[in-house]
Design a protein around this ligand. Structure first.
Ligand SMILES: Nc1ncnc2c1ncn2[C@@H]1O[C@H](COP(=O)(O)OP(=O)(O)OP(=O)(O)O)[C@@H](O)[C@H]1O
Ligand SMILES: [Mg+2]
Length: 340
């Protein structure tokens, strides 16, 4: 459903995405995790064609349609975007419009200009909006102004908008970052329900690893713009979390893991493994240099004095952890973990 090949992105002199290769199968629900500044939002913007990759770099396709290729966003991106629902942390509703009208904005991609300008949506789309609001559980709020909804309700309206859009993929960029725990659970359960019942593919970026473990079968972890882990949430260990987030993550992770262990599906359940790539199952899939960004929370980066110059590529090491080794210029996983 999502196919990203050799994607690179540089802002100024800073490389923020490096050699991203990622496949997400139809009907998967995948958590995109990683420290602040690791590139999650940037990757999502590339998938929706809002940002173009470096010149001559990479290819992104959604549902078999090209989004961008070689640093150029495809000419028919508007058509492709109708398939991609985007949900943001800040909801992105038009506050002075009614909830129903906001939800109907999802139909703009297939609505003629004159109808769009007059907000004269077709009857069929109006019926879809009513149904979408019912599905997300806020049918009773249909006529209220969006600004009068709580955060959790606004996020559910944003998801209803994606339903009216008839998106087959939802990219949710930190959809629960502004919500209290109860609303967060509601929104994550809603995404999971749509994933399971409507077969919508979901890529959701999360800072809360416990939610990733609870709701997603697969996690993709970014560190300094590289994919450091791609595999079942079940196989995320405390050591891997340390490598992704740095010291302190492991304890937090273990308690989340203990809490949710009984709810996590088996690694293979509902997961089209064949579409996850050769090294996908629980593997550190992409070794290589750390980008040495200032924001990087990686212990290897924090312990290094100034950047990427001394980092080197490193291949897989016996016993695994190749990306950790690669990240640290070949110091070795055991020594790295001992150091933290
Ligand atoms: N338009 C831009 N111009 C320059 N740098 C940018 C731009 N957009 C993103 N960046 C940089 O790219 C890096 C990745 O940013 P991004 O927003 O993708 O991180 P993130 O993983 O989503 O972080 P967070 O978890 O805090 O949302 C950051 O260092 C950021 O400063
Ligand atoms: Mg972000």
């Amino acid at each position: 459903m999502l196919d990203i090949v050799n994607l690179n992105k540089t802002f100024g002199k800073t490389k923020v995405l490096a050699d991203i290769n990622l496949k997400v199968g139809r009907g998967e629900m995948v958590a995109l995790i990683g420290a602040s500044g690791s590139g999650k939002s940037t990757l999502m913007k590339h998938i929706s064609g809002l940002v173009a990759a470096d010149r001559d770099s990479g290819h992104v396709a959604v549902g078999g349609r090209s989004v961008q290729c070689g640093g150029l966003v495809c000419g028919d991106i508007r058509k492709t975007r109708t398939d991609i629902g985007v949900v943001f942390q800040q909801f992105n509703l038009v506050s002075r419009l009614s909830v129903t009208t906001n939800v109907l904005l999802g139909a703009l991609g297939r609505t003629p200009l004159w109808r769009s300008l007059l907000l004269a949506f077709r009857q069929g789309d109006r019926e879809l909006a009513v149904e979408a609001l019912r599905k997300v559980g806020i049918a009773d709020k249909a006529d209220q102004r969006a600004s009068t909804l709580s955060g959790g309700q606004q996020q559910r309206a944003a998801i209803a908008r994606a339903l009216v859009q008839k998106a087959s993929v939802i990219l949710a960029d930190e959809p629960i970052a502004s919500l209290d725990p109860e609303s967060s659970i509601m929104v994550m359960e809603l995404l999971r329900k749509l994933n399971r019942e409507e077969k919508i593919t979901v890529l959701v970026s999360l800072h809360q690893v416990d939610y990733a473990i609870k709701y997603c079968t697969r996690a993709v972890a970014l560190c300094c713009g590289r994919i450091l882990y791609d595999g079942p949430c079940e196989s995320l260990t405390a050591e891997k979390m340390k490598a992704i987030y740095g010291l302190g993550a492991a304890g937090m992770f273990e308690s989340a893991r203990a809490e949710h262990r009984h709810q996590v599906p088996a690694p293979s359940a509902g997961m089209p493994v064949g579409e996850m790539g050769e090294n996908a199952l629980g593997a550190w899939v992409q070794g290589g240099t750390c980008l040495g960004q200032q924001k990087c929370q990686h212990p290897a980066c924090r312990s290094m004095s100034g950047g990427s110059a001394s980092h080197r590529e490193s291949g897989p090491q016996p016993g695994g952890w190749s990306a950790v080794d690669g990240h640290n210029g070949g110091i070795g996983a055991q020594r790295l973990l001992a150091a933290i």
